[in-house]
Structure formats: C-alpha cells, structure tokens
Design a protein around this ligand. Sequence first.
Ligand SMILES: NC(=O)c1ccc[n+]([C@@H]2O[C@H](COP(=O)([O-])OP(=O)(O)OC[C@H]3O[C@@H](n4cnc5c(N)ncnc54)[C@H](O)[C@@H]3O)[C@@H](O)[C@H]2O)c1
Length: 321
Amino acid sequence: MKKVRVAVLGYGHLGKWHCQKVVAHEAVAEFVAIVEKFPAGQDLARTNHPKVKVVSDIQEVIHEIDAAFIVTPTSTHFELVKYLIENNKHVFCEKPLCSDDQESQELRKIAGGKNLIIQIGHSERFHEAWDQLRERFQRLNPPYSVRINRVAPFKGRATDVDVVQDLAIHDLDLLSFLFKQKPKMISATGHKIRTQKWDHVAIHVLMENKCEASIVVGRNAVKEVRDLEVTSKDGMILVDLFTNKIYEASSSNFNDGSFVKEVLYPKRDHLLLEHEHFYSSILHHKPSVINLKDGLNAVHLVDCTLNSLETQLPVTVKDLE
Ligand SMILES: NC(=O)c1ccc[n+]([C@@H]2O[C@H](COP(=O)([O-])OP(=O)(O)OC[C@H]3O[C@@H](n4cnc5c(N)ncnc54)[C@H](O)[C@@H]3O)[C@@H](O)[C@H]2O)c1
C-alpha cells in the first residue's frame, strides 16, 4: 500500500479539522469520502471539499477505503467501530472509544486476532510539555500529589454526554500516560447544572503507588482553566495547558535567585501529529501510538467515575490486563 484510502465520518465541529489534516497528508493519504448523516453538513462538506465523495452512510463507501476516522457523537462510536473492524478497516476513533464497559468487552472480542491499527483520539497526550516532563514525573519519589483542572464557561457543545466522557476522560488517560500509574480507587461528586447530565465533577483518584490525584472538570465555569500541577518534596511543577507555560517552584532557589521559574513551550498541532502517527502505523506496520487497550482503559475509568457519582461511594478500578 502506497497511500491509505480514507473516509472521515462526521462533518461537525471536529470533523472539519480532521478533513483538513487528511488533505495536509496527501502524500500518504487518499481522501476518498466524507460520511455525514445530515444534509446541512453534507452541503458544507461538498462546498469545502468538491473533489471528495460525500455520502450519508459508511456502507456506501466501505469497499473503497482502507481506514476511517470516526468523528461522530460518542453514542455512535460503538456501532461504527464494530462495523469497520468487522470489515477489516483500520480505525481512528475520537475519544471516547465507546460508551461503557459492556461495549468495550464486545470491541475487545471483535478486534482480537485482527491485524488492524486502532488509534484513539486522546489528543491531550500530544502537548509538547510532556516531552520534557513525562520522564521526570515517572522518576518522582512518592508521595506526590496531582491536581488537574479542566473547566470552561458553558458553550452548549457536547451536551449529548456528561463532562466525565467529554473532559475527564482526557485526564484519567493522562494519569496513566504521564505517571505510568494505574488508578486503583476512584470517588467522585458532581452537579447537574445546565443539562440533565453531569456538568461539573470533582474526582479523587488513588493510584497504585498510593499517590493521589484530584481532577476537576466542568462546563459551567466563570473562566477557562486547563492546568496540571504536581507537588512532591522536590517542589511544585504547574503546566498551564491554556497558555502553554510551565511554572516551577523548586525546593531551593534557582541560579538567578528566583523562587519560581517560568518557561513558555511551543504550541503544536495535536491533530496533525495524530494523523501522522496513524498513517505511519498503517503504512510501516508500526504499533498504534494510542491503542485499543488505552481506549478500553479510559472507558473503564469513565465507567468507574460515573458509577461513583451515582452511588456516591468509592469504586475499585478493575485491572483490564
Ligand atoms: N480529542 C478531542 O480533544 C476532542 C475534541 C472535540 C470533540 N471530540 C470528539 O469528537 C467527536 C465529535 O465531536 P464534535 O464536537 O465534532 O461533534 P459534532 O456534533 O459537532 O459533529 C458530529 C457530526 O457527526 C454527524 N453524524 C452523526 N451520526 C453520524 C453517522 N452515523 N454517520 C456520519 N455522520 C454522523 C453529525 O451530523 C455531526 O455533523 C465526539 O466523540 C467528541 O468526543 C474530541
């Protein structure tokens, strides 16, 4: 295979950006189709991509593609992923991979034994800050504590799901990625403010090394905050993911006598990198950079959090290995 023949499923808010990234990779990707269910989105897709076939159902183009990007609402992911795997297509699925553990189990069975690339859109793993900090975080001596905030004023988007599936999934995934620690116990409290679903949730996570993380996610906040802070006996590191700055307060002064060091790190195009990895995995038979297991783990952590919200009790996280 010289080029990956692809379709993008869903021409909504994020689907438009995915289409741009397919176009940007024309050397390795052939843009075969946009699959959009509704006429308004189809018209827009035809205007913006006149050379690309626009259809309303994936079945119309399934025999013309090698791979697909699923950028449809979360409730549709399971059926689409299942259909694509059953038809031996490589899959990039936006987070979350599916809605709950039951769907996860089935996807695991269907994908087992198939030699397909399945990549999940946990895009928060691609911040440049992690290139320099991830190794440091993994070398930290316990005890340390992690605090993550991901809140924003109400925008009326993604209200088909709660903030655990929409926002906290990024942070639950980041804990495993950045600290190489499995969450062992999760407890959560939340509020339904704007919608019938959880709009603001505070999650407490106990990790296997007994360190603690606190995650606050919300879509009805007074201002946008996206940051991650790690504190240990060596000091504090705060990463502001909104302004792309790393702040550090060490256990002693820095060389210039200051207490706090501030470094700006470059913002990069996460989606572009995700596409690059996906095509490269398919064309060069390399493992997926964020694979099915990562997606299943994240869905399980979301399930545990929702369970704790409903029961108001701590929930033990299962080991999915
Ligand atoms: N990685 C990230 O940071 C990130 C950011 C935003 C959204 N997302 C994820 O991307 C997905 C889409 O989010 P969005 O904000 O673009 O939603 P959206 O509602 O703006 O767009 C979804 C589009 O899919 C279309 N659609 C629905 N069912 C379809 C089907 N069966 N086949 C084809 N098209 C169908 C809808 O008509 C709509 O145009 C969600 O799963 C969301 O969680 C991820």
